[in-house]
Each structure stands twice: as C-alpha cells, then as structure tokens.
Design a protein. Structure first.
Length: 497
C-alpha cells in the first residue's frame, strides 16, 4: 500500500477511510476486506458507509456548494483544479501502486493510461470551463424598445458519482473534474473492489486548496449500502454512473423520485469489422489491444470480430499468436502484459461463458481455461486469453457482455452483412473498422449504431469530443462541452429595454 496518512489507523496503514468535509472518517458499523486479485492477499480493510455517513457527506457537499466554492470565479476554480492535476502527477508512484494493488493491472498499462489520464482530466476541464459560452437574443416588443435575452450557466448542485472498478481513477476523475470545474460539489462512491485511489485523491484535494466538502468519498456496496443510500438521497441533484446496464436501470429508478437527471455509460458488446483490404499488421495489433487490454475489462473492448472471408484464416492465426504471446504474472514487472481479472468471483462468471462456448460447440482457437501460474499468483484471478470461432449469432457468448479477455471471430462476405451483424445487439457503445478504403470507412462508420467508431485505431480519445453509448449502452454524452451540459443548468434572463 502507498505510505499515506489517510490509510493509517491505530498504527497501521491497512485501513482506509471515508473522506467527508475535508477529513478522513473511519466511522463504520461494518468493514470489508479489500482483496487484491494478484494473489488473493488482503490489501486493507474498508469502512462501509451507512445512511448516516452518506447523509453527512451530502450535507457537507451542500454546505460547500453554498460556501466559498460556489462563490469562486471560473478562473479561481480552474487554478485550483490545475493544482489537483499537478498533485496527482507529483504523487504518481503512490497512485500507481494503489491502482495496481486494487485492480491487478500491469504497471505498463496503468502508468501510461490510468494515472496520467486521471491527472489530465483536471487540466482539460479546468481549461474547458473558461471557454464556455452561452446565447444572447434581442427581441421586439410592442412599445418598440425591445428586450434582451441572455443565458447564464449555473452549477447543477450536489452530484453523486458512482464509479467502476476497471479504470478506477481515470473514470472517476472523468466525472469529478468537469463537475467541479462547473462549480458543483460531489459525493463519490467508488467500487468496493477498488476503493483506494478515490481516497488518495482526498489528500491531493486538501493539498491543492479545494475547500472542505467540495469532494467527498463514501465506501460501500450497491443495494442496501452506500450506493443505494446515495442515489436515493433527496439532497442529490444529479447522478452520473459508469457500470453495468442492470445497475444503471436500478439507479435510474431511484433517480425518478425527485426527477433527478442522470448520465450513464453502461455495458457493451462491441464489434470490430475487419475488411480484406485492411493493413493486417495494424488490424491485428489494434484488435489485440481492444480484446485483451486490462484483461478484457474495458467497456470499449471488443468481444465480437467480423472478418471478411478472404482474410479470415490469416487474421484468426495472427490473433492467436498475439494472444499466446501475452505474458501474465507480477503486474509490477514491466515485462508483464496481462493482469488478472478483478476478482475470483468475476473469474467464475467469465469461466461460465468459457464453459458455455464449449458446450455450444465453439472451436477454441486458444485459451478457454484458468491460467496455471506459480505461487503466489496461483491464488489470484488470472485467466487465459481466449478466442473462439464457429458459434451461431444466437449464442449467449455472442449476445451477452462477458467482460473478460475473450472474443468470437466470424467471417462475412458483404459490407451490408457486416453492418447488419455489428448492429445486431441490444448494446451500442463502440466499434472499430479496419480498412484502407477511405470511402468505405466513412460509409460504414455512419451506419453502425454506436456512440463512438474508430477507424484503423482503438481507444484514441480526444477529451473534447462527445463520448457515450446508444441503445442499452447509456444515456447522455460526456467530454468537452458535452460534459458541461450535464453539470450545469441554463437560465434565461430577459431584460426589458
């Protein structure tokens, strides 16, 4: 664990805390274990927030909204958020170690993605808020003098941030940074699987001069725990969530009481479409990342691949080689390229799909079982990267999100068929298209029902662009001015001249 004052309790650094009103609070009727998926070791104990603790956090956020934070100019808030970004960078090693212990992801991934992008979110949205504009209209009036209408943006209020375990710091700050930039205050409920970096950020907030109550963290689970208490709390003005579609449905039901707005990025069953005229080296390299990065635990990851028939055998063979070259083991070793799943429970879920695929007659190109590793990693949640072919499109393996390092590859013969196959899903989050034909790239991209399409790439993210899902993959858009639309409300002022 990082040697952090926030983690010390009675002489140990193994107990985490809530962060409320600028203070670390360990009050809890119950605690739960934070277990590392690397080797099954207990990283620390985490207090579970009851309704009283959540109420304290919401009240602190409400007071801060009415206090100095709400009275600051955009320039003042932006300057503080830049200090937050610098604070994360200054304590890079602390955040990196905490993220690896919580998630098991390799240092080679977390050091290039999770921590630097978590810091960058504060810089990007601190700059974005200074460029926000609104509208002005002059209108005629019966007396001929006219009137002037102009819009102003105000903070939405106290925002509940429910963040996931697959990219804990990155996806939490992706919500917290724009919310704070717009003048809101937040109560964060990180995943019970990955509680540490959200709490560490509290230290950085204090160091950067963020007023008490602006950023709050409560730990716990979903139903009948911190998540439910937070989303049902009448003092919450908006809810933003990244996670499973079923959980999003439950949160949306809670938000209906009081008509609170929601912003959701939910599940996906993303397809890649590989045309025979693609650059095969680029397509294999990009698809290897989109299938296996973070052990397949990426909302934007690829679980369905459709390859034009002339290229099918070559592509399957190349992806098999790439999958079998991934190295599992110590995530702190820079040579490690594939970490474990988030938990042994999640591994059992993924294994259930591995078994189902075999029962339904899939050809197992590679993988299909638990990784055999030496001690202590045999106690972790490692699983072999897996590729299948030969399943019908009706298979649960093709229809349902697995969230593991696996994919099914199927051939297609015509462009229209590929589009139809890619769209045949209740989800609509992301897709990748691999082709050297620019006209085809534009044509196909416009026809696939997803929130983001990559052409000859994957996971490139300009933080100014709209991000979100279609169908059951989400509600709303985040990124750039689109985030600001959720975290602010527009008010019109009409001045009679």
């Amino acid at each position: 664990m990082p040697t952090s004052a926030a983690m010390r309790n009675s002489g140990t650094d193994a107990t985490l805390a809530h962060f409320i009103d600028g203070r670390f609070v360990r009050t809890a009727r119950r605690v739960f274990e934070n277990v590392s998926p690397i080797d099954g070791a207990v990283v620390g104990l985490v207090p579970e927030a009851d309704s009283a603790v959540v109420d304290d956090a919401v009240k602190a956020a409400r007071a801060a909204l009415r206090g100095p934070w709400g009275k600051m100019s955009e320039q003042q808030r932006a300057a503080i958020l830049h200090k937050v970004a610098n604070g994360i960078t200054r304590r890079f090693d602390d955040f990196l170690k905490a993220e690896i212990l919580d998630t098991g992801k390799p240092a080679s991934l977390a050091s290039h993605i999770d921590i630097p992008r978590g810091a960058a979110n504060f810089d990007v949205f601190a700059n974005q808020v200074l460029t926000l504009s609104s509208e002005t209209f002059r209108m005629a009036t019966p007396d001929g003098a006219g009137a002037l209408n102009y819009a102003i943006r105000v903070p939405r209020g106290v925002i509940a941030v429910i963040s996931p375990w697959n990219l804990p710091l990155l996806l939490m700050t992706w919500k917290v940074a724009p919310a704070l930039a717009c003048g809101n205050t937040v109560v964060v409920k990180p995943s019970e699987e990955t509680p540490t970096t959200a709490m560490l950020l509290g230290e950085v907030m204090n160091e950067a001069g963020v007023p008490p109550g602006v950023y709050n963290v409560v730990h716990g689970f979903g139903p009948d725990s911190a998540g439910e208490y937070l989303t049902r709390h009448p003092g919450i003005d908006g809810i933003t969530f990244t996670g499973e579609t079923t959980t999003g449905t439950a949160i949306m039901s809670a938000a209906a009481k009081g008509l609170r707005p929601v912003s959701f990025e939910l599940g996906g069953k993303n397809a890649a479409v590989v045309f025979a005229d693609c650059d095969l080296d680029k397509a294999v390299e990009g698809t290897t990342r989109s299938v296996f990065a973070n052990c397949g635990q990426v909302c934007l990851g690829t679980e369905r691949i459709y390859v034009e028939r002339p290229l099918f055998d070559a592509f399957v063979g190349r992806l098999k080689t790439a999958a079998e070259s991934l190295r599992m083991g110590d995530p702190f070793d820079k040579a490690t390229t594939l970490g474990p799943l988030i938990s042994r429970d999640h591994r059992e879920k993924v294994l259930s799909y591995y078994r189902k695929a075999q029962e339904e007659g899939a050809e197992v190109v590679t993988g299909g079982d638990i990784a055999q590793l030496a001690t202590p990693y045999d106690r972790g949640a490692f699983i072999r990267p897996t590729i299948w072919t030969g399943l019908p499109e009706t298979s649960a393996v093709i229809r349902e999100e697995i969230f593991g390092p696996c994919c099914h590859i199927a051939p297609f013969d015509a462009e229209e068929e590929a589009v139809s196959l890619a769209n045949d899903s209740p989800y609509g989050l992301a897709t990748s298209i691999w082709t050297e034909n620019l006209t085809r790239a534009h044509r196909v991209a416009a026809q696939i029902d997803v929130g983001i399409t990559w052409v000859n790439s994957w996971f490139l993210r300009d933080l100014r662009t709209p991000f979100g899902g279609s169908k059951q993959s989400g509600i709303g858009r985040e990124g750039g001015v689109h985030s600001m639309e959720f975290y602010t409300e527009l008010r019109n002022v009409c001045i009679k001249l």
